[in-house]
Write a protein that binds this ligand. Structure first.
Ligand code: ZN
Length: 932
């Protein structure tokens, strides 16, 4: 045997990601191949051809306004553009330049060359490269965000071709940003739209590393400083805040997070890397969808099960972040995620014809072209342009950034989609990898490796986590069975004709759903998510029979041609179809990317019997926390009822660097928290990172916690946990979280007052003096601390007398708003009507009830299960559907205004008898409250 076989879990030699270790400071562990020529075949290859021929070559011709808007910026009439219009050409180019590594089509190379050249010619005399009028340049809109994409595109083009004009234009535009925001009093912060405009930090970082011009770093430092007033990415990444609870959890922030990687590459300071990795882990645990996509209504919400929109731009940003994470960490499981996102979320967002991309690719629903779903972004000359149509193709272009990578002494193969893949290693020598087979439809894969130079060379093969048994052989000789979730490294002098053969395990597997997907599962075969599609079945989605999880082995891959009913009609052929027996007859499923391709309805969450428990996510200690020695408190997410009565959990703490070292386990847990004793914790050493997870078990099996586990360290210098803290921690949640009579003063009987402004004593509902507080509608606001907001059922009740209607704006009776699209409960007045509302990734609102100025009302708003209800004077007056479980960053609740929003949402009103409950109230209880 001439092969040296090593099993690794990362090319850094580290199974997990301790900050700053495992990779040399500031140097990424792996790089893309030089001059990549990746020629995918099969289904993915056809999708790439369709993307090139049907979109990338034609988009600039069919949408010439992409560049014309830059020429028209100072013409009359003034442009009427969406604030992000300047991104379209940059996003298009990033997608198209990536695709140049995937195709031989000369038309694409020529199109890209022309678009770059024309873009550069539109640059203004001061370096400006956007579509907005002179007076506004860079100072507003999402103009810096547009420039960020243009900078990245020009850098990509310069990197690929050496085009010095592109680099000069890139620098000239960056110089304008520097002079605008460094030489006067104006800061990038002042341009507003912070998570968008501050993302230019990523482009500036790349440009700084290329040119070493200190001005670019100076502007990066300014943005870094002002992050503390916006997304706070560095501090939030170090103090354990989950990304969805950070100040700006919208998707654009992911590109700011890429700026953390730049700051690390420039400085080598481990804190940047640590913060970046924390955010990646947090999104992966809390917000990554079953399709591999990301976002709930354009942002992170901490709930991957909600039937909210999954925007294509958000999935692309998540994939870009994951490319960084893979290259930094060398963790093969990140490549699992990239493959999952490519095969499902990304190909699902692309129509098989290649002619359009979605805005939203829901887990259950239909596929709609972005050109009509978000047609408000279209203008004369840009009928098909929107944020997603130009960005979606980047998901395919990114394949050259991760599918194969170069490391010091070899090549990393991260996916087995068939094709021929060539490029150059870091030492300048060429390498070609040929992958034969029908992956992912078939598990048998042959690899031929060709290396220009005749010397020892290593090939690292990703062993997917989902392939429980992978057989590997070299030239017919079976090698040791490789563990899942890492890389198998083969080092030898490769000869022409050498063949590595893999047999991947494509047995069906499932992930159990929770919350809105409770009682359902997502089914997978290899990297493919499976879905019901109307097109392939005679029955509709409401009649899909439940799956029996004990019978998955009976699934049969079937060859359907163009589908079941109506065989032979037009329509794209699925990648994979299979039949699964159920108690209600056979169910035909197809790959998620093909589901809904003809406008039919589809579902990827499928009802199932014999389900193990839903996965739970760890909460406290927060990821990255430092805890005292001794007794320790652990808490994890609650899961949706109904839970089977036999359900138990066990908690496990392990040292990821020493899997054979001491572990702590506690079994038979029934709640969502536990206090471990000092004796139990004593086997752990101070200063080391420990990972912990909670595994659920019922009669049907085990469910592990979502990867990657959160981690903590012990610092014995910290004051220990007191007995009183343990008692408070372990006691059930309070049912009354705030109780404040508001009789002339705001001090509560239960709860903590945080602030009171613009309030004075007033007569109450009975007319008696000092039985209410009057808020002035200008600055009047009372804020109470809520602590951790309830996740399930909760509500508020109070007496209110509006003294003046807010004109042309909202006024808040009660609001717990924490950040954009995160308000777990508000009672607000709009156009003279009172509504109960929730913002959780999207808005939920009851109908409005008219309110008369000067009249006292008893009002209550309760979220119970999936219902949000509004009561006025004890009567139910409105309701709406609401998310079953709320994940919110809210820590306080205000009366008379919004507790955090900087705009004016004050309400002139008198308030009395405020209650905030962490439980549901019956109709009778609410009626009772409304009785004076
Ligand atoms: Zn978009």
């Amino acid at each position: 045997m001439s092969a040296l076989v090593l099993t690794l879990t990362s090319w850094a030699g580290e199974p997990t990601l301790p900050p700053g270790s495992g990779v040399a400071a500031g140097v990424s562990g792996a790089t893309p191949l030089g001059e990549p020529a990746f020629r995918f075949e099969g289904f993915l290859g056809e999708r790439i051809v369709a993307n090139v021929d049907q979109w990338l070559v034609s988009a600039p011709v069919a949408n010439p306004g992409m560049i014309e808007m830059f020429r028209l910026r100072d013409r009359e009439p003034a442009p009427n553009l969406v604030p992000w219009a300047g991104e379209f050409v940059g996003k298009y180019l990033i997608s198209a330049i990536g695709a140049l590594g995937l195709t031989d089509r000369p038309e694409l190379a020529e199109t890209v060359r022309r678009v770059v050249a024309e873009l550069v010619v539109t640059q203004a005399e001061d370096g400006y490269l956007g579509p907005f009028p002179k007076a506004d340049r860079l100072k507003g809109n999402w103009d810096l965000w547009g420039h960020y994409h243009v900078l990245m595109a020009l850098l990509d083009w310069h990197e690929l071709t050496g085009d010095s004009a592109a680099l000069a234009a890139c620098r000239y535009a960056a110089d304008l940003a520097c002079s605008t925001f460094l030489d006067g009093t104006l800061r990038v912060y002042d341009a507003g739209s912070h998570e968008m405009n501050m993302a230019i930090v990523h482009g500036l970082g790349r440009l700084y590393r290329l040119t070493q011009d200190p001005r670019y770093l100076e502007l990066m430092r300014q943005i870094e400083q002002d992050w503390e007033r916006a997304g706070d990415y560095l501090r939030a990444g170090l103090d354990g805040r989950e990304f969805f609870q950070s100040p700006r959890p919208r998707w654009e922030s992911l590109h700011d997070l890429q700026g953390l990687v730049e700051l690390w590459k420039i400085t080598g300071e481990a804190t940047y890397l640590e913060a970046f990795q924390h955010h990646w882990r947090s999104i992966r645990r809390w917000d990554r969808r079953n399709t591999g996509g990301f976002s709930s209504g354009e942002q992170a919400t901490g709930n991957p099960y909600a039937p909210t929109a999954i925007e294509t731009c958000c999935t692309v940003a998540w994939m870009a972040l994951s490319v960084d994470m893979l290259r930094l960490s060398g963790d093969a499981r990140v490549a699992d995620d990239l493959e999952l996102a490519t095969a499902n979320a990304a190909l699902g967002a692309q129509h098989p014809s290649g002619r359009w991309w979605t805005y939203n690719t829901p887990m259950d629903g239909t596929r709609e072209a972005s050109a009509h779903a978000i047609v408000f972004q279209a203008r004369a000359g840009t009928p098909e342009l929107n944020c997603c149509s130009v960005n979606g193709p980047r998901a395919l272009g990114m394949l050259t950034q991760w599918a194969l990578l170069a490391v010091t002494n070899g090549v990393v193969v991260n996916t087995y989609f068939p094709g021929e893949f060539s490029g150059y290693l870091a030492d300048g020598s060429p390498v070609t990898v040929r992958i034969r087979g029908e992956y992912p439809v078939a598990g048998l894969v042959n690899l031929e490796i060709e290396r220009g130079a005749p010397r020892d060379f290593s090939v690292r093969l990703r062993m997917p986590q989902w392939s429980e048994r992978t057989k590997v052989s070299l030239n017919g000789e079976v090698l040791a069975q490789a563990p899942a979730g890492g890389y198998l490294e083969l080092t030898r002098r490769w000869q022409q004709g050498d063949v590595v053969q893999l047999e991947l395990d494509l047995g069906l597997r499932y992930e159990v759903g929770d919350r809105e997907a409770a009682g359902k599962v997502s089914l997978y075969r290899g990297p493919l998510l499976l879905a019901y599609d109307q097109r392939l079945n005679e029955f509709d989605e409401a009649a899909v029979p439940p799956l029996d999880l004990t019978k998955l082995a009976q699934a049969q891959v079937v060859e359907t041609g163009l589908g079941g009913p109506g065989r032979g009609r037009m329509g794209p052929k699925p990648w994979l179809t299979l039949d699964l027996p159920t108690a209600g007859g056979p169910l035909r499923l197809c790959d998620f990317a093909s589901a809904g391709a003809t406008g039919t309805r589809y579902r990827s969450w499928l009802a199932a019997t014999n389900c193990p428990p839903a996965p739970v996510v760890t909460r406290l200690p927060a990821d990255g926390a430092v805890i005292p020695a001794g007794q320790a408190l652990f808490q994890w997410s609650t899961v949706a009822p109904p839970r089977s009565s036999d359900q138990r959990s066990f908690l496990m703490i392990v040292d990821p660097l020493d899997p054979t070292g001491p572990t702590v386990t506690r079994s038979k847990l029934t709640g969502n928290k536990v206090a471990l004793t000092a004796k139990e914790m004593s086997v752990l050493s101070p200063g080391r990172w420990y990972e912990w997870r909670v595994i659920g078990r019922n009669a049907h099996g085990l469910t592990d916690a979502p990867w990657p586990a959160a981690r903590f360290r012990i610092d014995p210098r910290l004051p220990g946990v007191s007995a009183a803290q343990v008692t408070a921690f372990m006691s059930p949640p309070r049912e009354v979280m705030v109780k404040a009579r508001l009789w002339g003063k705001a001090d509560p009987e239960v709860g903590t007052l945080l602030a009171v402004t613009g309030a004075k004593s007033a007569p109450g509902p009975e007319g008696d003096a000092d039985e209410a507080l009057e808020l002035d509608g200008v600055a009047g606001r009372i804020v109470y601390q809520t602590g951790e907001f309830p996740e399930g059922d909760y509500g508020v009740a109070l007496w209110v007398q509006v003294t003046e209607l807010p004109a042309g704006r909202l006024g808040q009776v009660v609001s717990a708003w924490a950040s954009s699209m995160d308000d777990p409960l508000r009672l607000c007045l709009e156009q003279g009507r009172l509504h109960a509302r929730i913002e959780a990734g999207q808005g939920y609102s009851t109908e409005g009830v008219p309110v008369t100025v000067g009249q006292w009302y008893h009002v209550a708003a309760f979220k119970v299960g999936t219902r949000l209800s509004l009561y006025v004077n004890g009567e139910l007056r409105g309701s709406a559907t609401a998310p079953l479980t709320i994940c919110t960053a809210a820590q306080d609740i205000a009366l008379g205004g919004n507790p955090h929003y900087s705009g004016n949402e004050f309400l002139a009103a008198r308030v009395s008898g405020f209650m905030f409950y962490g439980r549901a109230l019956s109709a009778a209880e609410i009626k009772q409250l409304a009785t004076p």
